[in-house]
Design a protein around this ligand. Structure first.
Ligand SMILES: Cc1cc2nc3c(=O)[nH]c(=O)nc-3n(C[C@H](O)[C@H](O)[C@H](O)COP(=O)(O)OP(=O)(O)OC[C@H]3O[C@@H](n4cnc5c(N)ncnc54)[C@H](O)[C@@H]3O)c2cc1C
Length: 497
């Protein structure tokens, strides 16, 4: 079959690799000059910054993709497991180096936070593991459907384990009696762009998966994953065309997909189109059938996930001992969620946000010794000039970035006089670069018990059209996006030989 993939994000590239390996003729059309989408890179004066993901979890998903389509990942792109998954600094000044080995976590928690904290976290993780066991196959690795839900709802033990009526925060409070552990757990809700007070307890599977399979880095930067996927696709005979914006996914008289129309006026015929573009763009603009309009109305009922303001800092003489990943918690985490999701008023920038710093110790990404390529990120509301925050308002991103550096200094890491140059990537910039409405990082958020069911499914209601990537099932983040590619490749099936 002739297949067109709209978008060369991780989801688009991964599905293209699988479909090319299954014998299809695959063309990937990407509007940007480079592949990768949100997994972007920025190079300046010998500094190489990842502008998107800085942490790879569940590496076996990426390994399986490479192993089943050619040379194994280890030969193409060796990964590095981090001994310290992340350093957390809590508002009371306590510092926790969370080990990358799950067996070492309880002792580290007892040592940093006080006796008994390790046992609390272990009890929580045990519940999280059971949630994972019940949910990963039907909810993360299959196209979700009514039969899965019915099957699950009949097994009362499983329903009690997943506790669909409970929030992540609520589940945390049941097991964790130290507010710092609750804060640690809250952080994981943000990895799906959600509010822990509204996200379902099922998200406990996120810390479980991270701690079970560890935290990983790609020497040379995570952006290399996109390059490796592109190279694998081309080895399999697939084609990537950059600078090719798709204006419409066209349909025949019966409403079945028959190709795409590009912004330059050209057309490309296709038996199947896989859209990696954000679902709101796909159903709102690219497909113009009644089925697409109904799907657009459904997507409009979801809450967009949060976005972020990224600071790419070229640092001279970075402070010694800075870990690969560090999180400097806000004094008031709830105020942060209230601001970004607009709980009291419009969504707005956070006055004193939690600050995340990725400072890889990697000679491949800096111009020389004594320099650092730092990626600093704070949660931010999506770009929404009409109803929320206008990130293009003069001075807003720069002022917010200054506040972030002041906060870092207050919390013990002052690099203000060591920054050689800085580049900001605001939610508005992310929207422009990746054509993601508002620059939402993870598609729709998981806020509310029905969120997972409102997220667009991989098989669209438009015959011949499939959706892949973070705005469709099973959600955002590299491992889930890779799983969504596996699901879509399964739905399309192999070429008839
Ligand atoms: C700041 C930031 C930090 C993150 N941190 C992490 C992390 O540490 N770990 C992690 O696992 N995940 C992280 N993520 C999330 C992760 O990057 C995403 O979930 C994932 O990369 C999304 O991939 P995707 O394929 O769904 O979509 P995208 O990357 O959005 O790709 C979609 C592509 O489609 C193209 N496109 C759109 N419309 C059209 C059109 N009409 N015609 C042609 N092309 C089009 C876009 O240009 C884009 O290249 C982070 C993301 C960001 C932004």
């Amino acid at each position: 079959m002739n297949l067109v993939v709209v978008g060369a994000g991780v989801g688009g590239l991964a599905v293209a690799v699988r479909l090319a390996a299954a014998g299809h003729r695959v063309t990937v059309l990407e509007q940007a000059p480079d592949v990768g989408g949100k997994l972007g890179v920025h190079e300046q004066d010998g500094f190489l910054f990842d502008t998107g993901p800085s942490l790879l979890t569940m590496p076996h998903v990426l390994e399986e993709l490479f192993a089943t389509t050619g040379a194994p990942l280890a030969e193409v792109l060796p990964l590095e497991r981090l001994e310290v998954a992340c350093r957390y600094r809590f508002p009371d000044g306590t510092v926790l180096d969370l080990p990358g080995d799950v067996a070492a976590i309880p002792d580290a928690l007892d040592a940093a936070l006080g006796p008994g904290r390790g046992a609390q976290w272990s009890a929580f993780l045990d519940r999280a593991r059971r949630i994972w066991d019940v949910t990963h196959e039907p909810f993360l690795e299959s196209p979700i459907g009514l039969p899965d839900m019915v099957r699950l709802s009949r097994r009362l033990d499983d329903v009690r384990t997943v506790a669909p009526w409970r929030t992540l925060r609520g589940l945390g409070r049941q097991h964790l009696h130290d507010p710092r552990l609750v804060m640690l757990l809250d952080r994981y809700a943000t990895y799906t762009g959600s509010d822990p007070r509204r996200a379902p307890a099922a998200l406990a599977a996120v810390p479980w998966a991270e701690q079970r399979w560890g935290s990983w880095y790609v020497p040379g930067g995570l952006g290399r994953i996109a390059t490796a996927l592109r190279e694998r696709l081309e080895l399999l005979g697939g084609e990537v065309v950059t600078g090719a914006a798709v204006a419409e996914v066209t349909t025949d008289a019966r409403g079945r997909v028959d190709g795409v129309a590009l912004a330059d006026g050209s057309r490309l015929a296709a038996d199947v189109v896989v859209a990696n573009a954000d679902a709101r763009q796909v159903y709102g603009h690219l497909v113009r059938t009644p089925a697409a309009r109904r799907a657009a109305a459904r997507v409009a009922r979801t809450t967009p996930s949060l976005s972020g303001l990224a600071l790419l800092l070229a640092v001279d003489g970075p402070p010694p001992g800075q870990p690969h990943h560090a999180v400097y918690f806000a004094e008031d985490y709830d105020a942060e969620f209230d601001a970004v999701f607009g709980r009291r008023g419009r969504p707005r920038p956070v006055a004193r946000p939690t600050v995340y710093v990725a400072a890889p110790d990697d000679p491949a990404i800096v111009p020389g010794p004594g320099t650092g390529a730092w990626f600093v990120l704070v949660n931010a509301p999506p770009h929404d000039p009409d109803h929320g925050t206008d990130w293009d308002a003069p001075g807003l991103a720069e002022r917010t970035a200054d506040t972030v550096l002041d906060l870092l200094a207050e919390r013990g890491t002052d690099v203000r006089d060591r920054v050689r140059h800085r580049t900001l990537v605001s939610p508005a910039d992310l929207e422009r670069r990746t054509w993601t409405p508002g620059g939402s990082i993870y598609g729709s958020s998981s806020n509310g018990p029905r969120a997972a069911f409102l997220r667009p499914s991989n098989a669209s209601p438009v015959p011949g059209l499939f959706l892949v990537g973070g705005s469709s099932h099973p959600g955002g983040g590299l491992p889930l996006v890779l799983l969504s590619a596996r699901i879509v490749a399964g739905l399309v099936g192999p070429a008839l030989r």
